[in-house]
Design a protein around this ligand. Structure first.
Ligand code: ADP
Ligand code: MG
Length: 676
C-alpha cells in the first residue's frame, strides 16, 4: 500500500529510515512525491561543438579497464579512456572506486560532467552504462539529507515506481485533464522522476503545477469563506463626522488613490466582518497617512489601535509623525524593547485601562504582558518581517481586531490578487501631487570622485546624503565595498566640517538611535549605512542616495533604498555605482534609471525575471511551492484561481462525485501546509 513504511523496501534499514525521515519521507507515497529539485539536461553533441568548461554529456566505448590512484587519506581518482567518434577522450572520476567494476573495457557508457576542450578530458559527475534513451539525456537531481546517497535514493524511487505506482489515484476530474491536456497523476509521477524528453518533463510539470496551484487556490477560497463565517457580527461604530473633520484638518489633501483605499478600509471596519486587508503602495505614496486616519477612526469607536513595525528606528519615526498628525488630544505611546522598568509599567497600565489609545512599537507589542482594554485595529507594517505566530498572538489579544497589513513591495496587481487570495487588497498607485521625480544615474566606480564632489555641493546647499554599501566590514568571500572602510575613507577625503556617520545592524540599539537622531537634526551630513536604513526611514532633508555595488541588490531593494530620498521639496538624486557582469544585471540598472514607479518596476522584473528576482523570495511573504513558481507560472495561477472560485461557489466539492478525491486531497493538503 502507498501508506506502507519505506523500510518495507529492499535495502532500507533503521539508519536509512531515520535519514529519510529527515527528508520528510516516511511512506511509499512520500517517496513517490519526493521530486527532483532540478535536472541535468544534456544534449549529445558532436565533440567539435562542445564548449570548454561547460557541463556536457558524451557517449563512447571504454578503451581499457579503468585504473585507480589513491592519494590523501581517503581520496582516489579513477581514470580511463573512451572512444568517442574517432577520438580518445580521457575520463576522470573522483572518489568512486566502485565504478571500476561497472566499466570494463568495451563497455558503452554515457558520461556527463565538466568538459576540458584543450585536453579532451571530462571530469565525470554522472555516468550511466549503455546508450542514453534518447538524444537528450535528462538526469534527475534530488536533494538529500543525512547519509542518504543520491544514487540510493534513485534506486528506492525506482523500486517504488515499479511496485506502488499503480495504486496512485487520479484526483482531478476527467474534464480538467481533457480541457488542459494534462497527463494523469500516475503518468505524471513516472515522468517527473524519469523523463525521457524535455517535452515529457514539461508535460508532467504542467500537471503538478496546475494541481498544486488549484489546491492552493481552493484552500485560499475556503479560508476566506471560513473567515467570513467566523467573524460574523463584528462591527466598529465609527464616528464618520469626526473622521471627516479630522481628514479636513490634515496639512494636505488626500490623493484619489488614498481616498479610495481609505474608503475600502473604513467600510471593512464598520462591517460585521473582521478586516483582513493588505494595503499596498509605493514608498512615499502615503500609506502611513491613511493608516493614521484609520487609527483615529478606531478611537472614535471607543477602541484602541496598535501599529507594529519591524525596527525600533521605524517605531520611533512613526511615533513622531503620528503624534504630529493626531495632535495632543490623543494619547499615544511608544513601546519598544528599549522602554524598560517603571516607564514600561506605566505604559502597560495605560494600555490596560484604555488611558492610552494608540500604541506604536516593535515586537514588544505582542509580548505577554501587553494587555489591551479593547483593541479595535492592528496595523502591521511590512508584513513579511512578521511571522505567522506573532500575528496570531497579537490578534488574540484583542476581540478579533481588524487587521491591516501594509507593504511597500509593489507586487503586480494580478499576482497580488492571486497570491494573497485570502486577503482583500487595496492599492495606492499614485504619489501625492508636486513630488519631484528622483533622478537616477548609473555609473562605474571610476566616476567616484565626481560623485563625492557632487555630494559636497549638495551639502553646501544644506542637504544631506546617504551612502549605502552591501557589507559591514571586509569579507574574504566578497570583493565588495564595506561600510566601515568606506566610512574611514570618507573621513579623510572630506574636510572636517563635513560630518560623517556610520550606521549598521551590529551597533547597539541606542547607538543606532543616537546616530539616526543626529542625522535627522542635520548634525551629520553623510550617513554611511548598510541596508538597515532600507525600510521606512524618513529624513526629508536628505537628497542624495548613493548605492555602492548596486548589482548586489535586487530591484525591489534598490527601489526601497532609493525611496529614502525624494521626501522633501528639493530635487533628489540616486546614484548607482555598479559594474554588473551579466545582461540581466545591466538591464536592472537600466530599468532603475528609467522609472521611479514601483509597480512598473515589478512588472518589468516579472518579464526580466533573471536570477535576481524582485521579491527576494523569503522576504516577500509570498507562499512557497514545491513545483510551481508564482512569478513564472502566474498564468497557470490565474487559471487555477478561476477554477477554484467556480468549484467553491458551485459547491462541487461536496455535491459532485467527480470531485470526491480532490476534496479528500484538499483536506490533507490543508492540514500539511498551514500557510497563514
Ligand atoms: P508611506 O507610508 O507610503 O511611505 P507616508 O504616509 O509616510 O508614505 O507619506 C510620505 C510623506 O508624504 C509624509 O511626509 C506625509 O506627510 C506626506 N503625505 C502623505 N499623503 C500626502 C498627500 N496626499 N499630499 C501630500 N503629502 C502627503
Ligand atoms: Mg511608511
Amino acid at each position: 500500500m502507498l501508506t506502507d513504511s519505506v523500510d518495507m523496501l529492499k535495502g532500507v534499514g533503521e539508519k536509512l529510515k531515520n535519514d529519510l525521515a529527515l527528508m520528510d519521507i516516511y511512506t511509499m507515497e512520500d517517496l513517490l512525491h519526493y521530486f527532483p529539485f532540478r535536472y541535468d539536461v544534456a544534449e549529445i553533441k558532436p565533440l567539435s561543438e562542445l564548449v570548454h568548461d561547460d557541463h556536457v554529456t558524451i557517449v563512447g566505448q571504454v578503451i581499457h579497464d579503468p585504473s585507480i590512484t589513491h592519494y590523501g587519506r581517503k581520496r582516489s581518482r579513477l581514470t580511463f579512456n573512451i572512444k568517442v567518434e574517432h577520438a580518445a577522450v580521457k575520463a576522470v572520476m573522483f572518489n568512486r572506486t566502485f565504478a571500476k567494476k561497472h566499466l570494463p573495457q568495451g563497455t558503452i557508457v554515457t558520461l556527463s560532467g565538466k568538459w576540458d576542450a584543450h585536453r579532451l578530458q571530462i571530469t565525470v559527475s554522472n555516468y550511466q552504462v549503455g546508450y542514453p534513451n534518447t538524444d537528450v539525456h535528462i538526469q534527475p537531481i534530488y536533494s538529500v539529507k543525512g547519509d542518504v546517497k543520491p544514487g540510493k535514493l534513485k534506486v528506492l524511487i525506482k523500486q517504488c515506481i515499479d511496485h506502488y505506482l499503480d495504486e496512485i489515484e487520479e484526483i482531478l476530474p476527467d474534464t480538467y485533464l481533457t480541457a488542459y491536456k494534462l497527463p494523469t497523476r500516475k503518468d505524471a509521477l513516472k515522468m517527473i522522476h524519469h523523463p525521457s524528453s524535455q517535452a515529457q518533463l514539461k508535460h508532467a510539470r504542467r500537471r503538478f503545477i496546475y494541481e498544486e496551484l488549484l489546491l492552493f487556490q481552493l484552500k485560499m477560497n475556503l479560508l476566506k469563506k471560513h473567515h467570513r463565517q467566523l467573524s460574523e457580527g463584528r462591527k466598529q461604530e465609527l464616528d464618520d463626522a469626526k473622521v471627516a473633520r479630522f481628514i479636513k484638518k490634515l496639512p494636505f489633501t488626500l490623493t484619489g488613490a488614498q481616498r479610495n483605499s481609505l474608503d475600502e478600509i473604513l467600510v471593512d471596519m464598520k462591517a460585521s466582518i473582521q478586516m483582513n486587508r493588505l494595503l499596498q503602495g509605493d514608498v512615499g505614496s502615503g500609506k502611513t497617512a491613511v493608516a493614521t486616519i484609520c487609527l483615529y477612526a478606531s478611537i472614535t469607536a471607543g477602541n484602541q489601535g496598535a501599529f507594529m513595525v519591524p525596527t525600533e528606528i521605524l517605531a520611533e519615526q512613526h511615533y513622531q509623525s503620528i503624534v504630529k498628525l493626531l495632535g495632543s488630544e490623543t494619547k499615544i505611546a511608544l513601546l519598544t524593547s528599549s522602554v524598560k522598568g517603571k516607564k514600561r509599567q506605566e505604559i502597560l497600565d495605560g494600555i490596560k485601562k484604555n488611558d492610552i489609545q494608540i500604541v506604536i512599537g516593535t515586537h514588544s507589542l505582542i509580548q505577554d504582558d501587553v494587555i489591551f482594554h479593547q483593541l479595535g485595529l492592528i496595523i502591521i507594517d511590512e508584513q513579511h518581517r512578521f511571522g505567522v505566530e506573532q500575528r496570531r498572538t497579537l490578534r488574540e489579544k484583542g476581540l478579533e481586531p481588524d487587521v491591516l497589513f501594509m507593504t511597500a513591495t509593489p507586487i503586480p496587481r494580478t499576482l497580488a490578487i492571486t497570491a494573497f487570495g485570502d486577503m482583500d487588497i487595496s492599492i495606492i498607485d499614485q504619489l501625492p501631487a508636486g513630488r519631484k521625480e528622483i533622478e537616477t544615474y548609473w555609473v562605474k566606480d571610476n566616476m567616484l570622485d565626481r560623485v563625492l564632489q557632487f555630494i559636497e555641493k549638495r551639502i553646501a546647499h544644506g542637504e544631506q546624503a546617504y551612502i549605502v554599501s552591501p557589507l559591514i566590514e571586509e569579507s574574504e568571500a566578497f570583493d565588495y565595498q564595506n561600510a566601515i572602510d568606506l566610512y574611514h575613507q570618507l573621513e579623510t577625503y572630506y574636510p572636517a566640517h563635513i560630518k560623517i556617520g556610520l550606521l549598521h545592524g551590529r551597533l547597539p540599539n541606542d547607538e543606532k538611535e543616537g546616530m539616526m537622531q543626529q542625522f535627522i537634526q542635520n548634525k551629520i551630513h553623510i550617513l554611511v549605512a548598510t541596508t538597515v536604513i532600507e525600510v521606512g526611514v524618513n529624513v526629508p532633508n536628505a537628497s542624495v542616495m548613493v548605492i555602492y555595488d548596486a548589482e548586489r541588490f535586487g530591484l525591489s531593494q534598490l527601489h526601497q533604498l532609493r525611496g529614502r530620498v525624494g521626501r522633501g521639496d528639493q530635487q533628489s538624486y540616486c546614484i548607482l555605482i555598479a559594474d554588473p557582469k551579466g545582461e540581466v544585471g545591466k538591464e536592472r540598472m537600466r530599468i532603475m534609471t528609467e522609472t521611479n514607479d514601483g509597480f512598473r518596476l515589478s512588472e518589468e522584473d516579472l518579464k526580466l525575471r533573471g536570477p535576481g528576482d524582485f521579491f527576494g523570495k523569503k522576504q516577500s511573504g509570498l507562499p512557497e511551492f514545491k513545483v510551481a513558481d508564482l512569478i513564472h507560472d502566474y498564468r497557470a495561477l490565474e487559471v487555477a484561481r478561476k477554477d477554484a472560485a467556480y468549484i467553491i461557489s458551485n459547491h462541487l466539492l461536496e455535491t459532485d462525485r467527480a470531485y470526491l478525491s480532490l476534496n479528500k486531497m484538499l483536506e490533507e493538503y490543508t492540514e500539511q501546509q498551514r500557510f497563514d
